[in-house]
Each structure stands twice: as C-alpha cells, then as structure tokens.
Design a protein around this ligand. Structure first.
Ligand code: HQG
Length: 184
C-alpha cells in the first residue's frame, strides 16, 4: 500500500473536489469516513482499504494534513472549494514565516500575501517548514517574515491550521519583511 499516494487522493477529495466523491462536507470541512471509503472503494486501486488504512496514512505522513475524529475526517488546511471552510481564529505567535519562489517576491511586496488558488494564505510556524514549502515553487526559495502579532493587533485575522501551519485571509505588505536578518 502506498500511503503517500492515498494521502494525495484524500487531500484532493477533501481540499478541492468533494463533489467528485459524493461527500457531504460540513462548514468545518468534516465528512463521514464511511462516505469517503465508499467512494475510494469504488476504484480498483483502493477497493480494499478501510478506516485503519486512513489512520495508518495519517500516522505515516511527514505532515499533519488530515484528522479523524468521531467517524469523520477532514483536511487541516489547503482548501480551494467555493464553500469557505470555517477555521478557528487564534492569536498568532509574534512572527510567522512564508516560503515562496523568488519570482513571486516582487508581487508580494506590492500586493501583500494573497490566498491565490486557496481559501487562505498559508504561513509556517518555523523557518525550516517555510523553506520546505518554498521549495515546492523554487529550488532556492525565499523565506519571508510576517509580523503576525502586530498584524493581529491591527485587525488582520489569523486561524489555526495545525502545529506548523497557520492561516490568514491576507497579509498586507506592511507586515512582511525579507529574510536578510535570518542568515538564510
Ligand atoms: C504565492 C502545502 C504573487 C505564494 C504547503 C505561494 C503549504 C503570491 C503561491 C500549503 C502572492 C501559492 C500551501 C502575490 C501569494 N503575488 N504570488 N501577491 N501572494 N503568492 O501552493 O503557501 O504538502 O497555493 O507565496 O506545504 O505554497 O499540500 O500555497 O508561493 O502548507 O500539505 O502564491 O500547501 O502543503 O501557492 O502552500 P500555494 P503555499 P501540502
């Protein structure tokens, strides 16, 4: 069983296309595990999987992407659905980080961080995580520093994703600094 391929498909279903899997999703992004399994079991690739495989998939993942509780499963972050997923507002740490491609920096400096294809801007709790996020877009990523607490104090909303991922509606450029003082 390739749990990372399963995880990609589950992320696709829960973040981007629940209707393709006939999932009834609530406003926090939860869907019944049985519905997801019913849909996955229809394809040859996943015809034998059950809830224990989803539990194993979560346990083996390098990132905390999904959560199972009370017979339901959800993605912690990453959504692009038209229906906005409600996240828990939370006071952020003093600073958060955002790893991105060199080619985006100028536009970010001008327009701030925007959610682009997703519902929220994704921010990282630590520099290493941000670097890894940025590497998805660029071999030599840039890590931006976000003055999160200052932004929060001035009315920018932050939401909790998981221990390493924070979400925001948008980050105005006034709260974004470049990484020259980080030595990276
Ligand atoms: C950029 C993965 C130009 C932004 C990761 C980013 C994360 C702008 C790209 C999670 C911009 C969007 C999300 C602006 C933002 N002008 N570019 N004004 N504002 N951007 O993939 O944050 O492995 O949608 O810098 O690890 O890279 O899937 O977001 O480069 O946690 O679980 O627009 O997805 O997690 O790219 O990644 P993405 P992201 P998983």
């Amino acid at each position: 069983m390739d749990y990372s391929i399963l995880s990609k498909e589950v992320s696709y279903a829960l973040r981007h296309a629940p209707w393709e899997y006939e999932l009834e999703m609530d406003e926090e992004g939860w869907v019944p595990v049985v519905q997801l399994l019913d849909a996955l079991n229809k394809s040859d690739k996943w015809k034998d999987i059950d809830e224990s495989d989803l539990v194993e998939m979560i346990a083996r993942s390098d990132k905390k992407r999904h959560e199972i509780a009370n017979g339901r499963i959800r993605a912690f972050y990453g959504h692009s659905l038209p229906m906005k997923i409600t996240k828990e507002k939370r006071i952020p740490p003093e600073v958060l980080y955002h790893g991105t491609a060199r080619k985006f920096v100028e536009s970010i400096r001008e327009n701030g961080l925007l959610p682009q294809g997703r519902q929220y801007v994704h921010l990282s709790q630590d520099i290493e995580t941000a670097k890894n996020v940025g590497r998805r877009h660029d071999k030599f990523p840039i890590v931006l520093v976000v003055d999160a607490k200052k932004a929060w104090d001035n009315g920018v909303m932050f939401y909790y994703g998981n221990e390493k991922v924070w979400l925001a509606d948008l980050i105005p450029s006034a709260y974004i600094r470049e990484n020259s003082d980080l030595g990276i």
